[in-house]
Design a binder for this molecule. Structure first.
Ligand code: HEC
Length: 142
C-alpha cells in the first residue's frame, strides 16, 4: 500500500469515528474515493453509503469479517422489507450502529433508498424522510 493509500484509510476511519461516535470499526477500506471530502455533509444516498456504510459493509456491499461479521447488503432479501431496513438503520443492532441521531431524516431515507435499489436489490417502494421522522420520533430522543 502506498503512503497515500494509508493516509486515505486513516481518513476513512476518522470520518467513520467522527460520524458514528464510539463505534468500533470492524474494517476500513483503502478504496474510498470520497475520503478527501469525508467531512462534507453528504447529500445523496450514494455519498452517505460511501462515507459511512461502506467502511463496514464494503464498497460492493458484500459485507465481510473483521472484528465481527458484517452481513452483505448486496442481493439481500431482508432489504425487501422497508420497515426492517428503517428500523435497523435508525436503531442499530449489535455491531450495526444506530444512526437516528447521526444522520438527518433526508440522509437516512436517501441511503436506504440507495442500498435498496443498488447492489442487486431493486426495491423501489421508497422510504421517505417523513417515514424516518415517524420512527425516530417514536424513539423519544434518548
Ligand atoms: C460499524 C460497522 C457498520 C456500519 C458503519 C454500518 N453497518 Fe450496517 N450492519 C453492521 C453489522 C455488524 C450488522 C449486523 C447486525 C446484526 O444483525 O447483528 C449490520 C446490519 C445491517 C443491516 C441488516 C442486514 C440484515 O440482513 O440483517 C442493514 C440494512 C444495514 N446494516 C445497513 C447499513 C447502512 C445503510 C449503513 C450506513 C448508514 C450501515 N449499515 C452502516 C455494521 C455496520
Amino acid at each position: 500500500m502506498t503512503g497515500a493509500g494509508v493516509a486515505t484509510s486513516i481518513l476513512a476511519v476518522m470520518a467513520l469515528l467522527l460520524g458514528a461516535g464510539s463505534v468500533a470499526l470492524a474494517q476500513a477500506t483503502g478504496d474510498t474515493a470520497s475520503a478527501g471530502q469525508a467531512a462534507a455533509v453528504s447529500t445523496t444516498g450514494e455519498q452517505t453509503y460511501r462515507e459511512i456504510c461502506q467502511a463496514c459493509h464494503m464498497a460492493n456491499a458484500e459485507g465481510g469479517q473483521g472484528a465481527g461479521v458484517v452481513p452483505a447488503l448486496a442481493a439481500n432479501a431482508h432489504l425487501a422489507d422497508r420497515q426492517f431496513v428503517l428500523d435497523r438503520v435508525t436503531h442499530g443492532k449489535g455491531g450495526m450502529p444506530a444512526f437516528a441521531e447521526m444522520l438527518s431524516a433526508e440522509q437516512t431515507a436517501g441511503v436506504i433508498g440507495y442500498v435498496r435499489t443498488h447492489f442487486g436489490n431493486s426495491y423501489t417502494d421508497a422510504v421517505t424522510p417523513a417515514d424516518v421522522k415517524r420512527v425516530t420520533a417514536a424513539m423519544g430522543g434518548d
